[in-house]
Design a protein around this ligand. Structure first.
Ligand code: ZN
Length: 135
């Protein structure tokens, strides 16, 4: 721009140069403002998808523990295992002890209760029934 002004009419296209600068600045402003907006939308949904996957994996682990527990009871004249470690190892009801990706620990529970994850909530095989609300 300055070079065009200083050239004493030998160089032209001042309007075009101005339009180019404006377009460039609009592009920069768009990037600076829209990119964080897109990230703000995308990042929570990635986090949400990850936690949903972890919850699903945890429920699968609980399902595996539950079926191993039932299998153990069938093989041991209806005697349910006392500890989670009874299911793993030599007897081979579970080859490798499952681990909750969110850091929860599993409890075997009794014969009429499904195994649970210490995290609870969606880290559970069945949602515990809520007592009916009082009228
Ligand atoms: Zn869990």
């Amino acid at each position: 721009m300055g070079k065009i002004k200083r050239s004493n009419q030998t160089l032209t296209g001042e309007g075009l140069a101005l339009a180019g600068l404006i377009t460039g600045y609009i592009g920069i402003a768009f990037t600076v403002m829209v990119l964080p907006m897109l990230l703000a939308i995308a990042i929570p949904s990635f986090v949400n998808a990850r936690s949903k996957a972890i919850e699903a994996a945890c429920r699968n682990n609980l399902r595996m523990i539950e079926s191993a527990k039932d299998q153990y009871a069938l093989d041991h004249t209806n005697q349910y295992p006392r500890m989670l470690s009874d299911l793993a190892g030599a007897d081979g009801y579970i080859k490798k002890m499952p681990v909750c990706q969110a850091g929860g620990t599993y409890s075997l529970n009794g014969s009429n209760e499904p195994p649970t994850c210490s995290i609870g909530g969606k880290h559970a095989l069945r949602l515990t029934a809520q007592p009916p609300a009082e009228p």
